[in-house]
Design a protein around this ligand. Structure first.
Ligand code: ATP
Length: 215
């Protein structure tokens, strides 16, 4: 039988409280905490348990049960010192999966070096996505894939129409790869070099955003 994961959300600013709320709404067990009474009160009816505590305090983490969660989400951006101390405490307490939010790249680097399982940069990532959606013609969706690389879903650029991958030489010229073409109800995966683009095609392409901007 699959055992349900227990999540601990530390720091109930906008990001943390939304994560806690969404996890709880999906039926997950969530232990939430914040040093600020108002923020804890605001979420206490929605999650399994909510505590007012200073999460830099190891004893408080143990007593609240946060030391025993499967996944801890540390969502503190402004107080970098607190965020770092809390990640250290969680590591000391042997929490296996620690996801920590970083406000700046140096903050993120420190969290990574300490041993956080995953460091997230929601504000930076959202800003990048917004800029790309405004700059890339026909932008539909972006899935970040690796450092600097993303998979983009875009409407076919007009000058692609009636040209093949071979004619356009995208891989050499722009270092981008067309992974798939959606044409009506059909999906052409890994399209052959001779495949010609048609009006209303939707493309799935992999590459660096800066190169896709040049298309
Ligand atoms: P937002 O998610 O709203 O953008 P943010 O990432 O800037 O916010 P902060 O404003 O830093 O986050 O607040 C995160 C929350 O963490 C606040 O509610 C704050 O009270 C809480 N917090 C800060 N230090 C501690 C601590 N030592 N223990 C528990 N909670 C803390």
């Amino acid at each position: 039988m699959k055992v349900k994961k227990v999540f601990g959300v530390i720091g109930l600013g906008r990001f943390g409280s939304n994560v806690a709320k969404l996890l709880a709404e999906a039926g997950a067990e969530v232990i939430a905490c914040d040093i600020n009474e108002e923020r804890v009160k605001a979420i206490s009816d929605l999650v399994s348990k909510a505590f007012i505590l200073d999460a830099t305090d190891e004893k408080a983490l143990r007593e609240s049960g946060i030391a025993n969660v499967d996944v801890a989400i540390v969502s503190i951006g402004e107080n970098i010192e607190a965020s770092i101390l809390i990640v250290v405490q969680l590591l000391e307490l042997d929490v296996k999966e620690i996801i920590a939010k970083a406000a700046t790249s140096i903050h993120g680097k420190i969290l990574e070096k300490l041993g956080a399982t995953r460091v997230i940069y929601p504000e930076r990532d959202m800003a990048i996505r917004l800029a790309h959606s405004l700059l890339i013609g026909g932008f539909i969706e972006e899935i970040p894939f690796a450092e600097d690389y993303s998979i983009f879903e875009i409407k076919v650029p007009s000058y692609f129409i009636n040209k093949s991958l071979k004619d356009l030489d995208l891989r050499k010229k722009y270092k981008i790869t067309v992974l798939a073409i959606k044409r009506g109800d059909n999906v052409i995966i890994n399209p052959p070099a001779e495949e010609k683009f048609m009006e209303n095609d939707v493309l799935l392409i992999l590459g660096k955003a800066e190169r896709i901007l040049k298309l």
